[in-house]
Design a binder for this molecule. Structure first.
Ligand code: GRF
Length: 295
């Protein structure tokens, strides 16, 4: 039972226990507050009292659990949980219910994780969007993305080279989390062929240059920007593309450009590029998901 809840909510055991405590205390608090408020009405206990009590408790419950969740460090979980309930409620009431699929996304990241953060935030906020980040995969225990995932109650999977090449292991882990789309956000290892076969046109990558130029093995991070500046390019930008068996080679989905001036350094250029990445990557993923799973 606990295991099932952990998998469903993507939380570890400690967080699950804190969540259960929050549910219990939040429920008791709203029951208590409901009864206190009804005291002011001087109503006798009867049908009307019960009806009013049910309405009050329903209205107070989200406020009470959110309040209780703060000292237990579970505010993020409950905020998401309650907004999910509200969006289901709205969808049920709407004349044309949203029937599109919510894709379960795994983000693969090795580094700082600024893109992973933007993607997680985008899909957390989006009530009617087409995906939800449900898993983080990393090869680097120091990756910033791991902390960001933990803050958002997203489970992380740490892999070494052996595990990453192990088809049975990786596919089982992804399927366990119901993953149907993979987003690479600064993931430095080559994606094994079995993953590309298993997820055809369902793995995207972002590259900090205008492919097909400045891509391929060794072309990552500052190496890209150094080469762009050394070649006196007038423009650089970002490329979002599907992943195939060759580094930075799959079909390009989207590109955005920025100017490169004589005054640009690796730092200033990488800042310009990062802005473009954050501005576009989440929305482009969303658009791809929408296109692949139309209503
Ligand atoms: C980005 O520049 C992206 O283009 C490249 O890796 C970098 C990841 O940065 N593939 P961050 O870890 O998301 O900050």
């Amino acid at each position: 039972m606990l295991k099932k809840l952990q998998e469903r909510w993507h939380v570890n055991l400690v967080n699950l226990i804190l969540i259960i405590i929050t549910f219990a205390l939040g429920g008791s608090l709203c029951g208590w507050a409901g009864r206190k408020i009804l005291l002011f009405t001087n109503l006798e206990k009867g049908v009307i009292w019960i009806l009013l009590y049910i309405i009050l408790v329903t209205l107070l419950w989200p406020i009470c659990v959110l309040l209780i969740s703060i000292p237990f460090g579970q505010f993020g979980f409950f905020k998401k949980y309650i907004s999910k309930i509200l969006s289901k409620f709205r969808a049920n009431r709407s004349e044309a219910p949203n029937t599109h699929k919510i894709n379960k996304i795994a983000v693969f990241a090795s580094g700082a994780g600024s893109n992973a953060k933007k993607i997680i935030e985008y899909f957390n906020k989006a009530e009617n969007k087409h995906g939800q980040v449900c898993m983080l995969v990393s090869n680097n225990p120091a990756a910033g993305a791991i902390k960001i995932a933990a803050e958002n109650n997203i489970p992380s999977l740490m892999v070494d080279r052996k595990k990453f090449q192990d088809k049975g292991y990786i596919l089982t882990e992804l399927k366990k989390n119901g993953i149907d789309f993979i987003v690479l956000a600064g993931f430095l290892w080559k994606i094994p062929a079995f993953l590309i076969t298993e997820y055809p046109k369902k793995i995207t990558n972002i590259h900090p240059a205008l492919l097909p130029k400045y891509g391929g093995k060794g072309m990552y991070g500052h190496h890209v920007h150094e080469t762009v500046i050394a070649n006196k390019e007038k423009q650089s930008g970002i490329s979002i593309h599907y992943v195939d068996e060759i580094y930075d080679h799959g079909d390009v989905i989207f590109q955005a450009t920025c100017d490169v001036t004589g005054a640009d350094t690796v730092e200033t250029l990488s800042q310009k590029i990062q802005l473009l990445e954050h501005q576009h990557y989440p929305a482009v993923i969303d658009a791809v998901l929408q296109k692949q799973n139309p209503r």
